[in-house]
Design a binder for this molecule. Structure first.
Ligand code: GLU
Length: 304
């Protein structure tokens, strides 16, 4: 059943509503990011709430200080205003590690050793026998169940031998620990006047990666921990992350974190009708600025 919509101006709403824009500095910002950032700012302003910026740079090889500089420059140029200091995820690995250790101790994650090649071969073999292998909402084949069944001694041996691995969530075990009917509250539009309850389906993703051997977190883990730590009450982000919310709701439930409310907004599409990507230079904010566009032009271009 849908919860009653909140009235952002209600006096009973004791704490300020908190919004955030959370880019990954692994490329240049494009029109899609501009829309997301400006929409967050607009919703926060209407609600008299807070606006935060979070730099999601756990991928230390793809995220660079140069890209981060560009992100900040573009957002300032656009007129985005956010509270300081900015949280930079790469500065908080020890905090993520502590939570990962909890999940390891509770046997909710397991070390997964299969390489991409091994996964491909396993699936090809299974499909040869006429069985379609399930895929996640992004079309990626689910992780095979072999490593989950490895005896503890074998796991230890492989880790001691320095075999590469990732920590994967045992989604079946996790689902057994949370109450049935896991869901989230989604606003039906940006006015936040109505909500609906969406059933979370984390199993659709299989055993997702929660950390790597060298990076003690993943996007999913860092995002739920930071949203809670920063008191984010409203997660406003693109439709492309709609299905990912299922995994994040499961993690919040497992870790005893409160659930924010969500609004997954429309995506700005390229001329080919596809989602914009960071390699799509024409819609990069820096390129548009250099071509003489103003922040107002950008706002209009994204339909705000
Ligand atoms: N860092 C993510 C991205 O750039 C967004 C995460 C989120 O908004 O939850 O796609």
């Amino acid at each position: 059943m849908a919860k009653a919509p909140i009235n952002p101006n209600a006096a009973s709403e004791m704490t300020l509503l908190t919004f955030r824009f959370a880019p990954s500095p692994n490329g240049e910002l494009h029109l899609g990011h501009a829309y997301s950032a400006l929409l967050n700012q607009r919703m926060a302003a209407r609600a008299g709430g807070r606006m935060l910026l979070r730099i999601e740079d756990i991928d230390v090889t793809r995220c660079t200080p140069e890209f981060e500089g560009g992100v900040l420059r573009d957002l300032e140029w656009l007129g985005l205003q956010w509270e300081k200091p900015v949280r930079r995820q790469s500065e908080h690995f020890a905090e993520y590690r502590a939570v990962l250790d909890r999940l390891i101790a509770e046997e909710l994650v397991y070390p997964a050793f299969m390489s991409r090649g091994e996964i491909r071969a396993f699936i090809a073999e299974t499909e040869k026998r006429g069985r379609d292998w399930p895929r996640d909402p992004d079309g990626v084949p689910l992780y095979p169940p072999l490593d989950k069944a490895l005896p503890a001694r074998e796991r230890k041996r492989r880790i001691a031998e320095d075999m590469p691995f990732a920590w994967r969530l045992d989604v079946e075990a996790a689902m057994a620990r949370v109450p049935a009917g896991l869901s989230w509250t989604e606003f039906t539009d940006e006015t936040m006047s109505a909500t609906r309850a969406i059933e979370a389906q984390p199993q659709a993703w299989g055993d997702v990666i929660l950390a790597r051997r060298d990076i003690p977190t993943s996007y999913h883990l860092a995002v739920v921990l930071d949203d809670e730590l920063q008191g984010v009450s409203h997660v406003v982000r693109g439709q492309d992350l709609y299905s990912a919310t299922s995994v994040q709701r499961l993690l919040q439930e497992l870790l005893g974190l409160p659930a924010p409310r969500y609004f997954h907004h429309r995506l700005i599409l390229g001329p080919d009708g596809r989602k914009l990507s960071k390699s799509f230079k024409d819609t990069g904010l820096a390129a548009l600025r250099e071509a003489g566009m103003s922040p107002r032009d950008i706002t209009r271009l994204v339909g705000l």
